[in-house]
Design a protein around this ligand. Structure first.
Ligand SMILES: [Zn+2]
Length: 108
């Protein structure tokens, strides 16, 4: 008997988008994304990594990892997949939840 465990799990990164005033920018506002505490991490490694390092990008609302280190500093790249287990990261605005569940119901 073979037992196969299928794990149909997508990591959900819940964030809250806020538009704040910024007199110095072109349209006087800027967006700030805050990662919610009830974000479900795909694996313990990534969860622990996020505890140690700031990997959340407040400007883009995505996780970001260091891409290049130069003399001037470093550049970051936003990621859509977990760097540890390769799981897809679903970014979800808490005020605009995606309707993926409804689509599944409509399937015949
Ligand atoms: Zn992971």
């Amino acid at each position: 008997m073979k037992s196969i465990t299928l794990i149909d799990f997508i990591m959900k990164a819940l964030y809250k988008k806020e538009t704040l005033k910024d007199p110095e920018s072109d349209n006087n506002t800027y967006s700030n994304f805050t990662l919610k505490r009830d974000t479900e991490f795909c694996c313990e490694k990534f969860k622990n990594y996020c505890k140690k390092f700031t990997v959340w990008n407040y400007e883009h609302g995505k996780f970001a990892i260091v891409d290049q280190i130069t003399y001037e500093g470093h550049s970051v790249q936003s990621i859509d997949f977990c760097p540890f287990c390769g799981e897809k990261i679903d970014y979800e605005d808490e005020n605009a939840p995606t309707k993926t569940k409804r689509k599944k119901v409509a399937k015949f």
